[in-house]
Design a binder for this molecule. Structure first.
Ligand SMILES: [Zn+2]
Length: 371
């Protein structure tokens, strides 16, 4: 079972997807999330711009990687980037994004506030980044590679053996791929998209949706491979403070990912490093990139329904309909906040006078034990 690598000739270049080509011609296994997405695309108005970043195959079927855009196409516009399904078994993240996308499309014809927001910002959505893995019900892609361990960099301070990513073989979970190979088509497509979309943006917030860890819903920021503070920590702190003041009864746990586990090859660490390199090359044009990961606390669902523990899928997804519905509506305020924070970035991003205060508060909150 093979999927295409990010080598010339095997990865499709991004293309605008006209309505006639929106349906993959190949028969494929039951994948309701991709069917739901393609139904939405077939009905969507012209305001939703559709690209196929690449096509991946598991040897039997071919799957498109869709990137959807709403709002201002100007490269200098602020960007909100939403992604999910990079771990195929974590279907709930893709379902959450599809629900949000359907809601946005339903609001767009009448919601003047949203219309105004989209005149200023661009929302980029990749709801299903590992369709071959999702069709197989696996975390990895069709090559057995964990895409969130697939970037080339090693962790400064790797965590638990195997879990942090390894190069032993695809028969073990958390496999990074063989050394020296280019990134997988799915990882490369995401990185290319993000680098392209944020290269000229003064601000990009991103939210990558996952599930499968912990009793609480967490919002992680880099680094996953290092315990050192993020370079734009002051900005992260300002954003978190903004959210907490606006949502005093929220139940998210904000923290750097390294507080829970550390990994090699994290794509968001990699993309953040590329962002910093762009900043060094272009110091006169400061830009902020804050990549967040929403890690849905699936252990709580397992505790409330022990039948889930005997199902691999149940370790990552709610199996009870009312809990599924609750998750679908529980995060509305977060997505709404992300849109507003992207739209109004000039109002909350700390200026020079406030940066040191934000930085000190952030260090005290998240890195007290490592100082
Ligand atoms: Zn995940």
């Amino acid at each position: 079972m093979k999927s295409s690598h990010a080598t010339p000739g095997t990865t499709a270049s991004p293309e605008t997807c006209p309505a006639a080509r929106r349906h993959s011609p190949q028969p494929r296994p039951d994948l309701p999330e991709l069917d739901r997405l393609e139904r939405l695309l077939a009905q969507a108005s012209g305001e939703l711009r559709v690209q196929v970043l690449a096509n991946v195959t598991d040897g039997a079927s071919e799957y498109p990687l869709y990137a959807l855009q709403l709002g201002n196409p100007d490269p200098a516009a602020a960007v909100l980037l939403l992604s999910g399904g990079i771990h195929g078994v974590e279907r709930i993240g893709t379902q959450l994004l599809l629900t949000q996308l359907e809601a946005l499309m339903a609001r767009l014809p009448w919601d003047q506030g949203l219309q105004e927001d989209l005149r200023h910002i661009r929302i980029v959505i990749c709801p299903l980044l590992n369709p071959a893995g999702m069709a197989r019900g696996s975390r990895a892609n069709a090559n057995g590679i964990d895409l969130m361990r697939n970037a080339p960099q090693n962790a400064d301070d790797p965590g638990v053996w195997l879990l942090s990513g390894h190069r032993i073989g695809a028969w073990l979970p958390w496999y990074r791929g063989a050394p020296g190979l280019p990134m997988q088509a799915e990882s490369a497509a995401l990185c290319e998209l993000v680098n392209r979309e944020i290269a000229g943006a003064p601000l990009c917030l991103s939210l990558d949706c996952h599930s499968g860890f912990g009793m609480r819903d967490r919002l992680w920021f880099p680094y996953a491979g290092s315990t050192r503070p993020l370079e734009q920590l002051a900005d992260v702190h300002a954003l978190v403070k903004l959210y907490e003041e606006a949502n005093p009864h929220h139940r998210y746990l904000f923290e750097p990912q390294c507080h829970q586990y550390r990994t090699h090859g994290d794509l968001w660490d990699h993309l953040y490093q590329q962002h910093l390199l762009r900043q060094q090359a272009c110091p006169g044009r400061p830009a902020v990139f804050l990549p967040l990961t929403l890690e849905l606390g699936s252990w709580l669902w397992v505790r409330k329904n022990l039948r889930q523990i005997i199902s691999f899928r149940g370790l990552f997804n709610p199996l009870v309909p009312h809990r599924h519905r609750r998750i679908m509506r529980h995060h509305n305020s977060l997505f709404d906040f992300m849109i507003r924070a992207t739209r109004s970035w000039q109002s909350w991003l700390p200026g020079e006078a406030d940066r040191n205060t934000e930085q000190q508060q952030a260090l005290q909150r998240w890195y007290r034990n490592s100082q």
